[in-house]
Design a protein around this ligand. Structure first.
Ligand code: PLP
Length: 287
């Protein structure tokens, strides 16, 4: 069965989905996006993702083409049409199609594209073994809180990580880790506190990060929302990342140095377990 995608009001086979040459997403990276994890056919933390989408759209002044109820219904439909059980839904909204000119076009209609990617999240080998990260300079713009489709800096950072034998890049600004190329970055101090950078324009407000903070409070795990340096990360007892497509993943090496004994740590394992429980029983999760 061909993958069914959604484009501008229609569900159609991927091969038939065509975006016009003059789309501003293609020419300028002028658009925003969302990515949401799917488990047992259910979207995880969907309300928070839709809220972030609304905020991203409003910050870049692209009109939101759908109500929250309409978005939810389109998402449910694409999951159903693809028989999707576990993986990821991606969708983006661009400013639309117009002759190339920097100024906002007068009458363009936003382009809406949505697709699914099947992926093992719960039984991912990376979750068992942990992953390696390398640090690279954070070359992005100053509004990283907007989930923009302009991802060139992340593409270059993550490719550099891959070429160094790692699976993720940790981005560094003035000696402090901001976040991962496509994930939120956490360390655990030798005294057992989780450390994560506070929200600001410097990082994306990760939805998995938000749930993780709630779960750590409920689980009685100490939490410090503050910046941390690369050196502090090298000395950490544990490290991990969060994202909608991975949930919680242990980081076992940073710049080729093992984190503690180079194995996923107990606090990371516990948080992954708590997150999986929440994702498997969403009705019980507090919002
Ligand atoms: C730069 C960046 N930070 C953090 C995240 C994690 O955010 P979320 O948990 O909402 O997937 C992502 C996800 O794509 C990201 O691109």
């Amino acid at each position: 069965m061909s993958r069914i995608v959604f484009l501008n009001g229609s569900f159609l086979p991927l091969e038939e989905a065509k975006v016009p040459f003059m789309d501003r997403g293609f020419l300028f990276g002028d658009g925003v996006y969302e990515g949401i994890g799917v488990l047992d056919g259910r979207l995880i933390d969907n309300e928070a993702h839709l809220e972030r989408l609304e905020r991203s759209l409003s910050e870049v002044r692209i009109p939101n083409p759908y109500t929250r109820a309409e978005w939810t219904s389109l998402q449910g439909e694409i999951v159903r049409r693809n028989g999707m059980q576990e993986g990821f839904i991606y969708f983006q909204v661009t400013r639309g199609v117009a002759e190339r000119d920097f100024f906002f076009p007068e009458n363009a209609k936003p382009t809406v594209a949505m697709f699914t990617q099947a992926k093992a999240i719960v039984h991912a080998p990376a979750a068992e073994k942990g992953i390696a990260v390398v640090t690279v300079p954070d070359l992005r713009w100053e509004r990283r809180d907007i989930k923009s489709i302009s991802l060139l800096a992340q593409v270059l950072a993550k490719q550099a990580a891959k070429e160094a034998g790692a699976q993720e890049a940790w981005l560094v600004d003035e000696g402090f880790v901001t976040e991962g190329g496509s994930s939120s970055a956490f360390i655990v101090t030798p005294t057992g506190s989780i450390v994560v950078r506070p929200l600001s324009h410097a990082i994306l407000p990760g939805i998995t990060r938000k749930s993780l903070l709630r779960l750590s409070k409920e689980g009685g795990i100490a939490l410090e929302e503050r910046r941390f340096t690369v050196e502090e990360a090298y000395e950490a007892a544990e490290a991990f990342l969060t994202s909608a497509s991975n949930f919680v993943l242990p980081v076992v090496s940073i710049d080729g140095r093992p984190v503690a004994d180079g194995k996923p740590g107990p606090i990371t394992r516990k948080l992954r377990e708590l997150y999986l429980q929440m994702a498997s029983a969403p009705a019980l999760a507090a919002e």
